[in-house]
Design a protein around this ligand. Structure first.
Ligand SMILES: [Zn+2]
Length: 270
């Protein structure tokens, strides 16, 4: 069966003497992998077109019985060469591509993710700020994958504001996918394997994540936030992606408050 799709190259992995196992994000079928035979030969029929971030038109041949796919053709529409020529842009684009591979399942249509990645690569190519682009991209791709960070309530105590008499401090726990008040973090344990690792959630970043999470993707980028805030928020989202991407089986957030057993001092919070 032939699969005809619009595709962005996310990664290429060496295979044997001269082949490349290519991971694409496609408009029609989400993440797809295929072997590009002879792609690493000097006189390859792909002519060096299979490079990370290149957007093009791909035709893959799929054997239903084995699930194996070969890349028959890849015609670049836009190579994003300027990204590969600029170390900062390259680093930012690599974070976007790796996060996409980690978060999205294979062979599930992800048109929103495709449009988002294309838009973000264009912004990087236009030399827009890398930290900012990565932050907005990660927030959106987490949302598309069903892992939007939850920062409106304490994920352990299930309350909105901090309990009376507590210090108004919050911790971001990637294993839980969001915010836990410092009180619950210090006093209880959560039903997750291994000790939860929390990061201080400063009021500015907390407000930025809360506001941005409530807004549609198209307009949230108008929110003003300084570079420090963006860097802090980006680091939290990267931790979230690493955690979510590592999980094979998703662990549900418990409905009832449960014990944590980790002192908040571990994160230097209290
Ligand atoms: Zn709490």
């Amino acid at each position: 069966m032939l699969v005809d799709c619009q595709a962005i190259v996310l990664a290429g992995q060496k295979l044997g003497e001269a082949d490349t196992l290519v991971t694409f994000l496609t408009l029609e079928r989400g993440i797809l992998k295929g072997v590009a035979r002879g792609a690493r030969r000097m006189k390859s029929r792909f002519g060096g077109a299979i490079q990370p971030f290149t957007y093009g038109h791909a035709i893959l041949f799929e054997r239903r019985a084995t699930g194996l796919r070969h890349v028959n053709h890849f015609d670049p529409i836009h190579s994003f060469q300027r990204i590969r020529d600029d170390l900062d842009a390259l680093t930012s684009a690599a974070v976007m591509a790796n996060s996409t591979r980690r978060l999205l399942p294979e062979e599930q249509p992800a048109g929103d993710a495709f449009a988002l990645l294309l838009k973000s690569l264009r912004a990087l190519e236009a030399k827009e700020d890398g930290d900012r682009q990565v932050f907005w991209y990660l927030l959106s791709i987490l949302q598309v994958a069903g892992y939007q960070p939850r920062v409106d309530r304490c994920l352990v105590g299930r309350h909105g504001g901090v309990p009376q008499g507590s210090a108004p401090r919050w911790v971001f726990v990637p294993q839980l996918g969001g915010a836990v008040c410092a009180g619950c973090y210090a006093n209880q344990t959560v039903g997750i394997a291994g000790p939860p690792v929390g990061f201080p959630l400063t009021p500015g970043v907390h407000a930025l994540l809360r506001q941005a999470s409530r807004m549609p993707e198209a307009i949230r980028r108008r929110l003003s936030a300084g570079p420090e805030l963006i860097r802090e928020a980006r680091a939290l989202l990267e931790a979230c992606v690493a955690e979510r991407g590592r999980r094979v089986v998703k662990r549900p957030i418990p409905d009832q408050p449960v014990a944590v057993g980790v002192n908040a001092e571990r994160v230097g919070y209290v």
